[in-house]
Design a protein around this ligand. Structure first.
Ligand code: AHR
Length: 656
């Protein structure tokens, strides 16, 4: 139906341009006037363990509190059967094993089975016919207790079971694994571990993973969540955040060294989003670091993205404790940065390169950028940053340093930092903007007059926050996404200034979120893409190699008549790619005048994301409302005339 409409208009336009000329607005694209080169890694993703993004999210572990290290050691676990006082003991070997001090001792002198139930992260998503890998660390001096493993569905029916018989009895720790299939799909399954027989058994790292992880890696990542990232063809992966880098206080800051090596030796810490928002307390939110820095680098490599780690600059979150490390004690923090570069790029003969190799990646991860600090501000930040900058640039002049311009895209803090960072010649400044749709629309020209001779920009965290929504997930509505699209045409037009761009936050679990809006919503079994996701994807998969001049009545298109537009050329495919946003309620007749084009006929595709209701959103668990559709049309003149639908974002690809 719609295809016909486009073809007709195209044909009519070619035959009787004078008729259309009375109503149309003409956008002139000069294909030969290059205005900026585009960083091939410009459009990327920002990952943070917020909203159960890692634990309970992309990290596919199904058991919550597998090593009994949460503040309450048995959080997530419940007794099954006639448990007596002496049956379970939590032991703490703090002095000998500081990274994973606790374990569970099960002692039984009666044959009657007792057990423990693990509730998972808001249940466990289980799929019929899929194999599940149960594993455990155990220690025993004598054989006696065996484990019966059961998955139960939401109505407590067993939907998969197996037995694990700890096979070595030498008083040492061993790991053992057993696999079994689930017989039913249930998003809210649970795990029961029954202890049968008599004796004493020490247990730790009680774990259950699905076998359908990304690249079928054991104890890996949820494939569906990684796939939607890969589909964005991201240029970079920023990790691990966000405020999570800073921590509530310095003790709880993110320390990458504690997230690498064997997973049972990675020291768990509380997730800073656990208690950040009083209205969304998440007392069971911890960071197990099963997804640690090695896995982040590996994920970046898998999805073809440049790794972009951000590390703590010696300051805790200034909205929380605001602690800073004394300048004469900053060495440890700077050393962390240097060692991280060695971990990523160093040869296998170096200390940290060797660790990377031992984890399965002797080749370099080819790290090119590092972020120092997230949303830090004030002179105390600049003082610390200068020390990092001097030392890193001395040792690794080729590594680009990214520094924060604080929490807001304007105001006193921003002005101060922007000036200082440019004076320091920081490579890239990380700007954050969480603002309403009006801000995004009026800032489509934000970068038009930015300084082109000093630091470049990383639009590191942005999201349009619509107020016109009642439920949290409704905030990812079309009004918000459309305003992001309009703003991003300005980012693209200024690709010589803005080198990197990413929406934030990335993931949110429907039952475990703290912050909205978010790019991608998930439950235990499925992934739901928001209108904002599609906007990101339409930019990242149509990025082009350089920007060309595009004007409406001699001016960049930054909101005149409700239109926003930018154009790029893709040198590989030899295509002109025009992005066009119409925020008006009604459709607009637009002529795209291809100045400098040699051929005056050919085929084009137009991908459109639109909805007539600005408050439309893609509801979790339902067929999405706002999805792109693609049409083809042919043109027989240098002027391509389009009836651009109201409230739409369009990407037009024209073969040159
Ligand atoms: O994206 C959510 C949070 O927003 C990030 O952790 C922080 O950098 C910003 O304040």
């Amino acid at each position: 139906m719609k295809l016909t409409k486009y073809l007709l208009i195209a044909a009519t336009a070619f035959q009787s341009l004078s008729f259309a000329a009375a109503q149309e607005k003409t956008i002139v694209v000069d294909v030969n006037t290059k205005t900026a080169d585009i960083n091939k890694n410009m459009w990327g993703v920002f990952f943070e363990d917020i909203n159960m993004g890692a634990d309970g999210g992309i990290y596919a572990e199904l058991v919550k509190n597998r090593s009994f290290e949460f503040f309450r050691p048995t959080m997530g676990w419940k007794n099954l059967g006639p448990v007596e006082e002496a049956n379970y003991l939590i032991l703490n070997r703090q002095n000998k094993h500081a990274s994973n001090p606790r374990y569970l001792q099960v002692s039984k002198d009666k044959a009657t089975p007792i057990g423990l139930l693990n509730e998972g992260f808001r249940g466990m998503g289980v799929k019929e016919g899929l194999t599940y890998d149960f594993s455990v660390l155990y220690r025993q001096s004598k054989e006696g207790i065996k484990l019966k493993i059961e998955l139960i569905d939401s109505s407590n029916q067993v939907i998969g079971s197996t037995v694990l018989n700890p096979s070595i009895a030498d008083g040492q720790w061993h790991s053992q694994e057993v696999s079994f299939k689930a017989t039913k799909t249930d998003p809210k399954a649970k795990l029961q571990v029954w202890f049968e027989g008599k004796g004493s058994l020490d247990l730790d790292m009680i774990s259950l993973f699905p076998s359908d992880t990304w690249k079928a890696r054991k104890k890996g990542l949820r494939a569906d969540m990684v796939q939607v990232l890969a589909d964005l063809k991201p240029g970079f992966l920023r990790f691990p955040g966000g405020c999570i880098v800073e921590g509530y206080d310095l003790a709880q800051r993110f320390q990458w060294k504690k997230t690498v090596g064997p997973i049972e030796q990675r020291q768990l810490i509380v997730n800073r989003w656990n208690s950040e928002f009083a209205h969304r307390l998440t007392p069971d939110y911890f960071q197990t670091f099963g997804l640690g820095f090695f896995e982040y680098f590996q994920l970046a490599e898998d999805i073809g993205a440049e790794p972009l780690p951000i590390i703590n600059c010696g300051m805790a979150c200034q909205f929380n404790s605001g602690e800073v490390v004394p300048l004469n004690e900053l060495d440890e923090y700077v050393q962390d940065a240097l060692d991280l570069i060695e971990f990523a790029n160093g040869s296998v003969d170096t200390k940290w390169g060797k660790l990377r190799a031992s984890m399965g990646h002797p080749e370099s991860f080819n790290l090119k950028m590092i972020g120092i600090g997230n949303e830090n501000w004030g002179p105390q930040y600049i003082e610390r940053l200068k020390i990092f900058q001097n030392i890193i640039k001395k040792e690794y002049p080729e590594i680009e340093i990214i520094a924060s311009s604080g929490t807001d895209p304007e105001g006193e803090r921003f002005e101060f930092l922007d000036k200082e960072l440019r004076a320091m010649n920081i490579d890239i400044i990380d700007e954050h903007f969480y603002r309403n749709p009006e801000w995004f629309l009026t800032n489509a020209n934000r970068y038009d007059n930015y300084d082109r001779n000093t630091s470049k920009i990383f639009a590191g965290e942005y999201a349009s926050h619509s107020k016109n929504s009642t439920k949290p997930e409704y905030k990812n509505n079309w009004e918000a996404a459309l305003s992001e699209a309009a703003f991003l045409t300005g980012v693209e037009r200024n690709a010589d200034v803005v080198q990197l761009a990413s929406y934030a936050p990335l993931f949110a679990h429907i039952d475990g979120w703290q912050w909205t809006p978010d790019l991608i919503w998930v439950d235990n079994l499925s992934v739901y893409l928001t209108p904002s996701y599609y906007v990101q994807k339409m930019f990242s998969t149509n990025k082009g190699s350089h920007v060309v001049e595009l004007n409406l009545e001699g001016k960049s298109v930054t909101g005149q008549d409700g239109l926003y537009s930018s154009a790029v050329i893709d040198d590989d495919t030899k295509e002109l790619i025009v992005k066009l946003v119409n925020i008006n309620k009604d459709s607009e007749l637009i002529a795209i005048d291809l100045k400098g084009i040699k051929k005056s006929q050919g085929n084009t595709t137009i991908t459109t994301l639109r909805h007539e209701d600005p408050l439309a959103f893609n509801e979790v668990g339902k067929i999405p409302n706002v999805v792109p559709s693609m049409k083809e049309l042919s043109y027989k003149s240098r002027k391509l005339i389009l009836d651009v639908e109201g409230q739409s974002f369009n990407v037009i690809r024209i073969k040159l």
